[in-house]
Every structure is written in C-alpha cells, then in structure tokens.
Design a protein around this ligand. Structure first.
Ligand code: HEC
Length: 101
C-alpha cells in the first residue's frame, strides 16, 4: 500500500542532507538560518504555491537579480549552485513551508 507520509519523510531527509548543513535551524552560521529564509519568503509570497515556485526556481539557479535577501548575499556571498532537479527542489520547498523549525 502506498503510504503518503513517505513523501514527507523523504523531503525531510532531502532537507537535512542538502540544505541544513548551511541553513541551520535557529542560528545563522555560514548562511542565513532556515527560520529566517522561511520568514522572508512567507512575507514575500502570498501562498504556498508561489512560495514553492519562487524558492525552487531560485535554488535551481541562484542569482543576484532574483534574490529577495540581498543583504544576505552581501554578507555570505551568493549561494552555490547545487545540481538538483526542479521536482526535488519543489519537494524541499514544500517541506520548508509546512515545517515548524
Ligand atoms: C554550501 C552552503 C549552502 C547550501 C548547501 C544551501 N544553501 Fe541556500 N544559501 C546559502 C547562502 C550563503 C545563502 C545567502 C546568500 C544568498 O541569498 O545567495 C543562501 C540563500 C538561500 C535562499 C535565499 C535566496 C535569496 O532570495 O537570496 C534560499 C531560498 C535558499 N538558500 C535555499 C536553500 C535550499 C532549499 C537548500 C537545499 C536544497 C540550500 N539553500 C542549500 C548557502 C547554502
């Protein structure tokens, strides 16, 4: 039987394996904390769909022009490009939106 909860577990693993090394929970060390990113993206985008779309596209191809956190780019330099496909990045963005970090 298909267990829908798996998708969430998978996204959680994807996040902790691919993002959390830089985007820590509760503290900004080598990059802005995930809490700060989530807060800023929630302020900037009206709903979950827009949040996911913008975040997954930006992470797919990090760029200064599209950054909504320019002061963080100045502080840490632009986020490196990480070779993930769009679908994976959409799953991760959805997980970030839904999770209380
Ligand atoms: C090697 C470290 C590193 C990893 C790994 C990393 N990031 Fe980042 N990320 C950064 C840094 C540094 C910034 C701040 C500068 C910037 O905005 O480009 C950033 C900024 C961001 C932003 C803000 C973009 C903006 O508007 O400027 C988002 C969203 C983001 N990261 C999502 C992710 C997600 C999702 C993952 C995992 C798939 C991830 N990051 C993995 C270093 C990293």
């Amino acid at each position: 039987m298909f267990v829908p909860v798996f998708a969430q577990d998978n996204a959680s693993l994807l996040f902790s394996g691919n993002c959390e090394t830089c985007h820590r929970v509760g503290k900004s060390i080598s990059a802005p904390s995930i809490n700060l990113i989530k807060k800023r993206y929630k302020e900037a985008f009206l709903n979950k769909k827009e949040f996911i779309k913008y975040m997954s596209e930006w992470v797919y191809k990090p760029n200064i022009e599209g950054s909504i956190m320019l002061e963080q780019v100045k502080k840490y330099e632009l986020m490196p490009h990480l070779h993930y496909d769009k679908k994976t990045l959409e799953d991760i963005a959805s997980y970030i939106y839904d999770t209380e970090f």
